[in-house]
Write a protein that binds this ligand. Structure first.
Ligand SMILES: C[S@@+](CC[C@H](N)C(=O)[O-])C[C@H]1O[C@@H](n2cnc3c(N)ncnc32)[C@H](O)[C@@H]1O
Length: 324
């Protein structure tokens, strides 16, 4: 599925080669690392939906409550003719913006972008059924590489929910902001959901739920890498670990070997032995203050002009425009 209905084989094969190189580079670090996108096959996306319903997992319900309070103001300020959601997943939060959007039934277009093709297809279908007078499209792609493949009438409001931006390391985050800002026309805006710095125990509880759903989600990355790249990770040889690094202001999710094992991925000529206690980093989730995210956005000339948060200051939506 693509916005314009075409797919370029050459660029797809270049992207696949680059992905293999990045996978090898990440796994070859002293602390091996997997990109957070590898959580998300259909099972991983369904597990994430389960996480969003857990008592401990405050980000989703808090972000939804902010949208419930501020959707009209956001859509009025955006004055958008199109909506684009990056990393759209089940596409539930966007409904709150669609419900508050005057142009929705009057030539409005909404494009969703996600790596998980089947989840994307079903969320686009569900939205089309719910809002029959709005036009919907889907782009299967990577939000760090494929922004140029999204086309939509201007002005566009691009939204990026769930604090997913926190999964990017600072240099990759700033590259992402720069690419996004370069693609923005005057009048376009960007709505960014960020999880805020807070009490360590509250953050750690959110990533260590008592039902073990986050642990299953974390280990799902190994299953995805096995299936997609022919790796031979044994999930049972690893346990879930998540902790808050106060200095870096981020959660780290890791998988720690509970017994000696050796893993190989022929497709990238990679092999490694894990001793008990050796770890793989599967996700970082950076937390922000208003100042720190504003600083990071400002590196790409993006100014925060709207700041919407909840009464406890757990989560925020930053509404940004490119500086003229
Ligand atoms: C944390 S979930 C958020 C889902 C939804 N936006 C929400 O707010 O509940 C992250 C979503 O981003 C997608 N995703 C992760 N990495 C991605 C990437 N590099 N490019 C595109 N989509 C990605 C996943 O498939 C998943 O649907």
């Amino acid at each position: 599925m693509s916005a314009d209905g075409s797919d370029d084989d050459t660029s797809r094969s270049a992207a696949a080669t680059a992905e293999l190189a990045a996978l090898r580079e990440g796994l070859s670090r002293p602390l091996p690392e997997l990109d957070a996108r590898y959580f998300y096959d259909d099972r991983g996306s369904a597990l994430f939906e389960k996480i969003t319903e857990l008592d401990e997992y405050y980000p989703t319900r808090t972000e939804v409550s902010i949208l419930e309070s501020h959707a009209h103001e956001i859509m009025r300020d955006a004055g958008a003719r199109s909506l684009v959601e990056l990393g759209s997943g089940a596409g539930r939060k966007i409904r709150l913006l669609l419900d508050a959007w005057p142009s929705r039934d009057d030539g409005g277009r909404c494009v969703m972008l996600d790596v998980n093709e089947s989840f994307l297809a079903s969320s686009v279908r569900a939205l089309s059924d719910r809002y029959p007078r709005c036009s919907f499209g889907g782009v299967v792609g990577d939000f760090t590489k494929d922004l140029a493949r999204v086309t939509a009438p201007r002005p566009t409001l691009t939204v990026f929910f769930a604090g997913t931006v926190g999964n990017l390391h600072p240099d990759a985050r700033e590259r992402f902001f720069s690419t996004l800002a370069a693609a923005m026309a005057p009048g376009d805006s960007f709505l960014l959901g960020v999880d805020l710095v807070k009490d360590r125990a509250k953050i750690e509880r959110a990533y260590n739920d008592r039902h073990g759903v986050t642990a299953d989600f974390n280990k799902n990355a190994l299953r995805v890498v096995n299936e997609r790249f022919g790796a031979d990770f044994d999930e049972s040889a690893f346990e879930h670990r998540a902790f808050y690094d106060e200095l870096e202001q981020r959660i780290e999710m890791r998988l720690r070997a509970v017994r000696e094992c050796s893993v190989s991925i022929a497709a990238i000529d990679w092999r490694r032995s894990f001793a008990v206690g050796d770890e793989i980093r599967t996700e970082i989730s950076c937390k922000f203050t208003r100042e720190s995210i504003s600083r990071s956005l400002a590196t790409a000339s993006l100014d925060v002009r709207g700041w919407h948060t909840d009464p406890e200051g757990l989560f925020a939506l930053a509404h940004c425009w490119r500086r003229a």
